[in-house]
Write a protein of this length. Sequence first.
Length: 530
Amino acid sequence: MERARPHYLTLDGGQIRLWRRGEGADLVVVGGLTLAAEALANRLAALNPGWRVTAIELPGIGGSTPLAPVTVEAVASTVGKAIELAGFGDFVLVAHQLAAGLLPLLWKSLGERVRTVAVGGGWAGRWKETVGGDLDIAPRQDGAHLNMLWHHLRDRQLLRPDNPHMPAKDGDIISGADELSQTFVAAATRPEAYAGLWKTCLDAQPSAAPEGCICVDTLSDVCAALEGIDLPAGGVALPKAAALPGKAVWHEAVQTRRGLVHLRRCGGEGTPLLVIPTGGGSSAQFEPVVTGLAEGRQVFSVDYFGNGLSEKLDRDVTVAMLADDMAALIEAMGFDRVDIWGSHTGSLVGLELAVRRPELVRKAVLEGPVFIDPDFQADLLDNYFPRIVPDKWGLHLQLIWHWRRDMFMYWPWYRVDRAAARDLGVPSAEDLHLYAVGILESGPTYDQAYRSAFKYDTASRLPLLKRPALICAGPNDMLVNGVEESEKLKVPGVRTTLTPTTVWWPAPEPDAAAATLVLYDDYLRDEAGV
């Protein structure tokens, strides 16, 4: 079934993420904080065949860069610039719920020629009195902020806006668990930004319907509002995502022959470096590697299919399959060959890529390759991966939070005893939140790539490597034994070393992190080792 697809527009100082689905005349919808832009694009495209629906995430939601400070003028200006950059000709503008407060300012930037439909403004206006603008959803060590945000979003659909103690008998179709999860993940990406937008947009709600705007109650009513409007089909393609200046990370969705891949990028010139992450979540936690190695390089980290923000594919994943995915990405980006930096699962994928497609790989840094006894391997495959499925009451949220939290305390996480304790320390609530969001973005397919690492025979594949590689790990890495095991194999062209720390773990010691990045950088720049 066709689904909305993401796209990133690069503006001055940040990016705005759009979701697009369908063909025909342009219907542009601005998300209103109670339903994800992805879900809005899918719903409106299904309800209005013959229209090309483009849904815009407000700055600070999902993949859109947050603003500081958050003012209604700044939000409207950013949305207006995104609409202009997207290159729309004639179009209909839909403001969903709280987005109605942006319309007067959007008209000033876009011109009153734009036909406008406001959906659910009556609900949004009453929330100002009954719900209020103050949301306390900053990350907490117990993860309770996740539940607070989940039920805030769910209750905006379930409860009457004039009496938030009674279920509503009218309104849009209530989201199921999967669609509610889409909305939650977009809002939870930056909870403080969501809270700021909620207050700002709530305060901006007009006391009366904007003049010249068609007002309807539900998304299902938009179809009737569009009757009689005859616009030419939108034909302009969206501009390609562009680099942000300096060491700012920017996002891109790349179509490969195997599916749509999400990248985090930094830098725009020099030798390309592909950062391949661990399994489980997104590559967001690898930003220190992406930015730390971007001097004189173009660095891009990848979300595996099934993980993070890349396309979700239903398949039984192997490391060889992931290596072929990386080859397809390199080819789609037009690179002849790249350097590789991979960690844990990513180190195996980088190894396998260099074995299968050596012409695509110049050099590789392989951190913590997996060498596990067969009995322990079976134990991990049986116990390591809890089943994670969105639950309508948010019951999955605490499972994800405490599972990720326990990983920093015990190896493996399910052996909660003194002998299994690790020397990492419990991360901050903010860092734990980043890890949890990566799992939530991945959903039920989070374990596909992760499982493949525990099935891979590293010892038999490493001797086949014909490209130069540095195999390394930090002293507290639970897979640090991979350095010693690799050394025993004495593979020509492979160097081994311990690094001062693991730079992508939360709050590494700054001097050790800097020294580790220098070690990576020196190896990759050493032409004698090629």
